[in-house]
Design a protein around this ligand. Structure first.
Ligand code: G3I
Length: 317
């Protein structure tokens, strides 16, 4: 039936995947990506990031992002915007810049406002803030925090809300999938934003996991956020292994995909699941973690792996 079709039938908004512009020239890849029964939502893996969209101050380039947005529109797929403010993949004029607090405020407002405004009406949800915390729950000491302390978060969220009042505004992070210091830091941040009347609609759980080590408290953590009235989503799911693939690892990966997807299924406010690309051919994992890979539900030749059946089992449970 297709993963998105199954997710919809089970009451979720979407099952989707990340993609990236260079992959779209692979016609067999594109044919599968365009199958909206399988993928009802897409996220651009790189082309809406700051280095891609505002490489020099005040000069915006949307060609890559537009290509993905137009594809989503043509396919009838929802689109997640990724992302407005992140310490990584910043152009050097931002990362190496020296800004007063007032100047950086203007920079953030202009970037988020112009980016979100450009895609107004086309985006289901935006990762307005990406990865604000260190793993111990302290704030990441990036250009934004070092210049503006925590105020960069409401500055960005307010600019995004003004630019597209209908887009759901998210904070997105990894290693918040288990209870612990980082999840607590995110919970406290969100509570404070709500108390201050700052626009915030959702929290994204990236879910970049390792086979045999997936979160056991994902449902519990998600419920802590939905209890505050927010929605949650699995935004970047993949489950990597140390290569080579073995039958035992693939079988464990099937179980792991099933349990992660089941956590979202069990939480009413978990709106959807996005895998961080569907095929091992284009996964980010091998280039980042040497000797690891095979993290996606489809293999390098676009054949489904046992992991796919694990997802289906959770979506139809
Ligand atoms: O654009 C340059 C190109 O000019 C150059 O020739 C080439 C040579 O290596 O590099 C290109 O940049 C690469 C970029 O992707 C675009 O393809 C970077 O090296 C590469 O590091 C970058 O990787 C991306 C990564 O974010 C960077 O942090 C991955 O594709 C992307 O999937 C990944 O996505 C992140 C999410 O945004 C946030 N959460 C974690 C997730 C996985 O790391």
């Amino acid at each position: 039936a297709g993963l998105h079709t199954l997710a919809k039938a089970a009451g979720k908004l979407y099952f989707g995947t990340a993609t990236d512009n260079p992959e779209l020239t692979d016609t067999a890849y594109a044919a599968k990506l365009n199958d909206s029964k399988e993928f009802g939502q897409i996220t651009p893996g790189n082309s809406m990031k700051w280095d891609a969209t505002e490489p020099t101050r005040g000069t915006f380039t949307f060609s890559g992002g537009d290509q993905i947005a137009n594809l989503a529109k043509a396919n009838g797929q929802l689109l997640r915007g990724h992302n407005c403010v992140w310490y990584n993949q910043l152009p050097s004029w931002v990362s190496d810049g020296t800004f007063t607090a007032a100047d950086l405020t203007t920079v953030i407002q202009n970037h988020c406002g112009t980016l979100v405004g450009h895609y107004k009406g086309q985006i289901y949800s935006w990762d307005v803030i990406n990865e604000p915390f260190n793993d111990d729950g302290t704030w990441r000491q990036d250009i934004f925090y070092n210049t503006l302390n925590t105020t960069y978060v409401p500055i960005a969220l307010k600019a995004a809300r003004a630019a597209d009042p209908n887009a759901k505004l998210y904070i997105n992070d990894y290693n918040i999938e288990n209870t612990g210091a980082k999840a607590t830091a995110m919970l406290n941040l969100v509570k404070e934003l709500i108390a201050d009347g700052v626009p915030i609609d959702g929290v994204g759980f990236q879910c970049h996991f390792i086979v045999g080590e997936v979160s056991t408290s994902l449902q519990t953590v998600m419920e802590q956020f939905t209890a505050l009235g927010l929605e949650v989503a699995i935004t970047e799911l993949d489950i990597r292994m140390t290569l080579p693939e073995t039958e035992a690892l693939l079988a464990q990966q099937q179980k792991d995909y099933q349990s992660v997807v089941q956590a979202c299924m069990n939480v009413e406010g978990c709106v959807g699941i996005t895998i961080w690309d569907w095929t091992d051919k284009y996964s980010w994992v091998p280039s980042t973690f040497s000797g690891q890979g095979a993290a996606c539900p489809w293999d390098e030749n676009f054949a489904i792996k046992p992991a796919y059946n694990g997802i289906v089992a959770a979506l139809t449970a």
